[in-house]
Design a protein around this ligand. Structure first.
Ligand code: ATP
Ligand code: MG
Length: 463
């Protein structure tokens, strides 16, 4: 049981390093996590490395989750072997990453991330003669203290210290079934507390994404952030704007797809972090309709993820930016541009703004625009148009989106109900449901095709 987890301190020659505190070692009978609870791939990776004489531990989220009796999402391994040495031991493996080199080892459909013990950047300026993967004695930082390169190898104790939160710095040795804890992570787990290792301000300066991670884990685990860890967040929030957009996007996706997006966004707002996350999201969240719409979309996503149903990131981003598109659409239309071209212009404008800061991958951009471009077509409920709309490949996503618009109060609920009924109706019933043509009652004149009629010719290819 976690209650009994505060293990005895081993004098541990093995774990002592340069006079620094050694690890608390918690034995199996005090934590109850058996090696069989690891994935086959994680076991095979650690067993192989250990058989070759390297140190190898399961680390990070998997240990945290197993101690909390949760099912780990994936497994990370930390080892004394260098990336090249790891690469040499596993046929199906590859080295990835620049800022931080790791090795992906694949077994069947599973991938285990293997990282070499790293020396942190706050270890008294002395890396103990650690080997360096990039030829520099130290990783480089930018003018705000953000670490640009982090490939200085170190020992296990240094590796624990460079990790973010104490609960993420626990090492599990599958051969002895012991947990090594250098930073009081087990106590923090037991007390449901998130605590940054070292000086929080400095750690956030080194990597501002750690602020987002702290809030994400707080929401997902329902933990409290320790006051000293929480306090600097508000004033350092702006540092997020220095994080490369692609990294911010990855982190954003993680938190939106965590199954706890509503709770995370609430906490991000409380800590003043939402602004840097999705530029303009703060503006949206301040308008009652925008806020209702975004929160509804997140709630739906959380439910789907917890129900193990798939979610489409493109759909989610389309919802997050919809009220931006709406605002731009209205203002372009007010300038005298017809409704459909105005919508397309608005979509491009919003995507452009986001691209600069957030790097939403192009493949999502195409899908997002498709969903938006379908929206005016739901308002056409006469003639053959509703039938044609039902047959477009993105109908389902467009319809789900429409329902959210209705539910948020942006559109009359009646239109969503009409489409729900229309889909299930038989041919006769559908004919009865059609609305009279609202246009001038001229005799059948062939209408010029309109932009909204076909799959949108988005200016950004769907890669
Ligand atoms: P998840 O359940 O989301 O995978 P995780 O804690 O395993 O949670 P990962 O992103 O997989 O998160 O990272 C694995 C481990 O690497 C973390 O537990 C932590 O020890 C360390 N780590 C990850 N990101 C950072 C960071 N920005 N700064 C310091 N350490 C980090
Ligand atoms: Mg992980």
């Amino acid at each position: 049981m976690i209650k009994k987890l505060i293990g005895r301190v081993f004098s541990g020659k093995l774990f002592k390093s340069r006079g620094k505190p050694s690890a608390h070692v918690i034995v199996f009978k005090d934590h109850g996590v058996a090696r069989e609870q690891l994935s086959a791939c994680a076991l095979s990776v650690t067993d192989t490395l250990q058989a070759k004489g390297y140190a190898a531990f399961v680390v990070g989220g998997a240990v945290r989750d197993l101690l909390l009796k949760r099912t780990p999402k994936d497994f990370d391994v930390a080892t004394s072997a260098t990336p090249e040495e790891v690469r040499g031991l596993f046929r199906r493996s590859r080295i990835i990453g620049r800022r931080f080199q790791i090795v992906h080892v694949m077994c069947g459909r599973e991938t285990v991330e293997v990282s070499t013990f790293r020396a942190g950047h706050d270890t008294s300026g002395n890396d103990g003669g650690a080997a360096s993967a990039d030829g520099n004695a130290k990783g480089k930082t930018d003018e705000h203290g953000r670490i640009l390169r982090d490939n200085v190898f170190g020992n296990q104790q240094q590796d624990a210290t460079r990790r973010d939160l104490s609960i993420n710095a626990l090492f599990y040795d599958p051969s002895t079934q012991q947990v090594h804890d250098y930073h009081g992570g087990v106590k923090d787990l037991r007390e449901r507390r998130l605590r940054m290792i070292g000086d929080p301000t400095q750690r956030y300066r080194e990597d501002p994404v750690r602020m987002l991670r702290a809030v994400r884990f707080a929401a997902a685990l329902d933990f409290e952030i320790d006051p000293a860890t929480r306090k600097p967040i508000r004033e350092l929030a702006d540092l997020l704007s220095n994080v490369p957009p692609a990294r911010l996007f990855d982190e954003m996706l993680k938190l939106l797809l965590s199954g706890h997006a509503v709770e995370t966004v609430k906490r991000l707002r409380n800590d003043g972090l939402h602004g840097g996350l999705l530029p303009l999201l703060d503006v949206i969240l301040e308008q009652p309709l925008g806020e209702r719409f975004v929160m509804l979309a997140l709630k739906n996503t959380d439910l789907r993820i917890r129900g193990e149903k798939g979610v489409s990131p493109a759909f989610l981003f389309a919802t997050l930016l919809w009220h931006e598109v709406l605002a731009a659409w209205k203002s372009i239309e007010a300038g005298g541009i017809p409704v459909i071209p105005a919508l397309f212009k608005a979509m491009d404008q919003v995507m452009q703004m986001q691209a600069e800061k957030l790097a939403i991958p192009r493949r999502f951009g195409g899908d997002m625009k498709d969903i938006w471009a379908l929206q005016p077509r739901f308002e056409q409920r006469s003639g053959r148009r509703p039938h044609r709309l039902l047959e477009t490949p993105r109908f389902r996503a467009g319809y789900d989106f429409l329902l959210l618009r209705c539910e948020s109060g942006e559109l009359d609920a009646e239109i969503g109900e009409w489409w729900t009924k229309f889909q299930d109706a038989d041919a006769n019933e559908r004919e009865r449901m059609l609305m009279p043509d609202s246009g001038p009652k001229k005799r059948r004149r062939r209408r010029k095709p309109r932009a909204g009629d076909t799959a949108p010719a988005s200016s950004e290819p769907d890669a």
